[in-house]
Design a protein around this ligand. Structure first.
Ligand SMILES: NC(=O)c1ccc[n+]([C@@H]2O[C@H](COP(=O)([O-])OP(=O)(O)OC[C@H]3O[C@@H](n4cnc5c(N)ncnc54)[C@H](OP(=O)(O)O)[C@@H]3O)[C@@H](O)[C@H]2O)c1
Length: 239
């Protein structure tokens, strides 16, 4: 029987690359989305065409709504019997220094980047009791640049939750993280946005979405690894 993974924010960009990789490896993929319904449907059709023995259902949810987060696993399509792995990939990336951060802005950034993954892990444990989780982090969790203060603090907290949760939920659930470097420019920014950043990485290489998906696959498939964070970042965390 195939294993089933739920990928939050799985319709586009990095999430879609993870979906493609895991589908190739034999997983059934539940594609969560918020606004990107067209992309989600297109990806589901693409995967269905390639792997007709499996299902690639969609699940819509605004993860900034905490009640919807807590009940997400109760709203799975009937065809899905259970979830073996959860990829906390959905994110917002909004700029703002500490001095500019209002309470409502902080609340929004924390809601999607920390609260949703936290309560999805809790709900995953309570509903399914075993499996694996991968949290999508950011190479900058080891730095203290303040330009995206709320975002980065949320990702730092999520990295700590990766360690704490790995211990708390062992031996039944493994929790790991992937910390990407420059993969894709933020939505609505051109590739020039990344040029300088890429040039400054030790490997001088933009990280391919496939390399991120490869890291996620490694963490899902290695039963002896938990509480680990893979920096898939062309070496940025070393600087
Ligand atoms: N791109 C990079 O270079 C880079 C670098 C470092 C870390 N990362 C991390 O890697 C992961 C993937 O990166 P990405 O650039 O592909 O992410 P992204 O495009 O910025 O966001 C992924 C998805 O998150 C979903 N999302 C946002 N707000 C939501 C909400 N309120 N409810 C539900 N879903 C919501 C969106 O879904 P809809 O489109 O359906 O609304 C979006 O497509 C993220 O966790 C990011 O922080 C990426």
């Amino acid at each position: 029987m195939s294993r089933t993974v739920l990928i939050t924010g799985g319709a586009r960009r990095v999430g879609a690359a993870i979906a493609r990789r895991l589908a190739e490896e034999g997983w059934e993929v539940v594609i969560h989305y918020n606004h990107s319904r067209d992309d989600a449907e297109k990806l589901s059709r693409e995967l269905q065409d390639s792997f007709s023995d499996r299902e690639f259902p969609l699940l819509q949810c605004d993860l900034s709504n905490i009640d919807a987060v807590l009940s997400l696993f109760n709203r799975l399509p009937d065809s899905i019997q259970g979830i073996d792995a959860l990829i906390n990939n959905a994110s917002t990336f909004n700029s703002g220094k500490i001095v500019e951060t209002s309470p409502s802005f902080m609340k929004k950034e924390m809601a999607i980047n920390f609260d949703a993954p936290f309560f999805l892990i809790q709900a995953f444990a309570n509903t399914f009791g075993k499996g694996a989780v991968v949290n999508m982090l950011d190479t900058k969790i080891v730095k203290n640049e303040g330009g995206h203060a709320a975002y980065l603090l949320a990702k730092k907290a999520l990295a700590e939750l990766t360690h704490m949760g790995a211990l708390d939920f062992a031996p039944d659930i493994r929790i790991n993280g992937v910390a990407p470097g420059p993969v894709l420019p933020p939505p609505r920014k051109g590739n020039d946005y990344l040029k300088d950043v890429v040039e400054k990485t030790p490997l001088k290489k933009q990280v391919a979405v496939e390399d991120i998906a490869f890291s996620v696959s490694f963490l899902l498939n290695n039963p002896s690894v938990t509480g680990q964070i893979i920096f898939c970042d062309s070496g940025s965390h070393l600087l």
